[in-house]
Design a protein around this ligand. Structure first.
Ligand code: FEO
Length: 167
C-alpha cells in the first residue's frame, strides 16, 4: 500500500499531465489559426498522449486502493510567436516534466516504495522520447531557416502522426 503523501504527489502529477495536454491543445489551436493544420494535428496527437499519461496515474492510484481526487486545471498560455516557438516551448516544458518525474522517483526511493518506482520508471523512459521528438523537429526548423516551402513540408510531415490509446 502506498503512502497518502505519495497518492497526493501522484495526483498532482496526474493534474500536470492533463495540463500538458491542455497546453498542447492551446498550441494546436494557435497552429490552426496561422494555417498550419499538420502541426495542429501533431499537437492534438500530443494531447492524446498526455491524457494516456494521466490515465496511467489514475489507474495506478485506483489499483492501490485509493480514490482519485481531481484538482482544477490552470489556464494554458495562448500567445505564441510562430511554429518554431511552439516546439521550443514544447521541449522546455518536457524538460520540466522530466524533472518532476525524477523528483517522484527520488520520493518513491526514500519511501521504500518499489511498486510506485516501477510505475515511474516507465515515465522516465517515456520522457526520453518526449524530449527527443520536439528536439528533432526543432532541428528541422533550424535547417529550414524560415523558408516557406520547407515549413510547408514540415507541416505535411507532422500531419502524418497518429496516436492510439494502448489496449
Ligand atoms: Fe506526459 Fe509530455 O509528458
Amino acid at each position: 500500500m502506498i503512502s497518502k503523501t505519495m497518492v497526493e504527489s501522484l495526483s498532482e502529477q496526474l493534474n500536470k499531465e492533463v495540463w500538458s495536454g491542455y497546453l498542447y491543445l492551446s498550441m494546436a489551436g494557435y497552429a490552426t489559426s496561422i494555417g498550419l493544420k499538420g502541426i495542429a494535428s501533431w499537437f492534438v496527437m500530443q494531447l492524446r498522449e498526455e491524457l494516456m499519461h494521466a490515465q496511467k496515474f489514475y489507474d495506478y492510484i485506483e489499483q492501490q486502493g485509493h480514490r482519485v481526487i481531481l484538482k482544477a486545471i490552470d489556464e494554458p498560455p495562448k500567445d505564441f510567436s510562430g511554429a518554431q516557438d511552439l516546439f521550443e516551448k514544447t521541449l522546455a516544458h518536457e524538460k520540466k516534466v522530466t524533472g518532476l518525474i525524477h523528483a517522484l522517483v527520488d520520493a518513491a526511493k526514500k519511501e521504500n516504495d518499489p511498486e510506485t518506482e516501477k510505475l515511474l520508471q516507465w515515465f522516465v523512459k517515456e520522457q526520453v522520447e518526449e524530449e527527443e521528438t520536439p528536439a528533432r523537429i526543432l532541428e528541422k526548423f533550424k535547417a529550414a531557416g524560415g523558408d516557406k516551402a520547407k515549413l510547408s513540408e514540415i507541416d505535411k510531415e507532422l500531419a502524418k502522426r497518429s496516436f492510439k490509446f494502448p489496449q
